[in-house]
Design a protein around this ligand. Structure first.
Ligand code: SF4
Length: 240
């Protein structure tokens, strides 16, 4: 698929999302939030659902949580336009409640189709609902910073999945914010592994934090030349 074809396919899905009445969440929405980003990126971030600001603007991760996501991306040298950002449910749950299982199920085909079009190497889940879709049977406190191969049924069959806390949780708790910086510092190496895996090489779960291991410390302010060969950020583009 060319970039233009991907862009058109994503816009067609977005148009369906904006017209969707597939679950009760359409009743309270101001604007649906299909997601946005670079159509040829290799990295997709998946959050839980739109909040008040997202519902107003029709864009994912705006407001304070979005600002923190931008800072997290900036800590590894990336911008939000470099990746694709979307959510498990595309319409705002009332009063920011958790999405119900039937709402998640009703909306799942949109995310699956977006992932089929994008065919990412890496999916980063933000928060426990998003993680549950890609890493069922675990908890966010146990599995943030860990990596698994994506189930092909998610639409991201060629990808690795890295779990992170939701930025809104990081805004509430300094320890979660610190863990989020540590987790996102793993992303370039995991993307490197994901590419090798797609090419038939590296192990699927090589670089993430082991579940139940303490979180890695935040990245050092200066380069540690004794560290094992992380990919050079300025050479690690995200585009096919
Ligand atoms: Fe449709 Fe998803 Fe919105 Fe429900 S949340 S109305 S399934 S787009």
């Amino acid at each position: 698929m060319t970039e233009a074809e991907r862009r058109a396919a994503l816009e067609a899905i977005a148009a369906e999302v904006r017209a969707c009445t597939g679950c009760r969440l359409h009743e309270g929405r101001t604007r649906a939030v299909p997601g946005e980003g670079h159509p040829s990126t290799e990295v997709v971030f998946v959050g839980e659902g739109p909040g008040m600001n997202e519902d107003r603007e029709g864009r994912p991760f705006v407001g304070r949580a979005g600002d923190l996501l931008v800072r997290l991306l900036g800590s590894i040298g990336w911008r939000r336009d470099d990746v694709f950002i979307t959510n498990i449910v595309k319409c705002r749950p009332p009063d920011n409640r958790d999405p119900e299982p039937d709402e998640v199920a009703a909306c799942a085909p949109f995310l699956r189709r977006q992932l089929e079009v994008l065919d990412p190497s890496l999916v980063v889940t933000l928060g426990r609902h998003s993680m549950a879709r890609f890493m069922p049977g675990t908890t966010i406190s146990r599995s943030h910073g860990t990596v698994r191969p994506a189930d092909p049924a998610t639409g991201a069959g060629g990808a690795l999945v890295l779990a992170m806390y939701h930025p809104a949780a990081a805004l509430r708790t300094p320890a979660v914010e610190q863990a989020s910086y540590a987790d996102i510092s793993l992303v370039p190496a995991v993307l490197d592994d994901a590419r090798s895996r797609r090419a038939g090489g590296a192990p699927a779960e090589g670089r993430g934090r082991a579940a139940d291991a303490p979180p890695a410390p935040p990245p050092p302010a200066t380069t540690d030349h004794s560290a094992p060969d992380p990919p050079a950020l300025d050479q690690l583009t995200l585009f096919r």
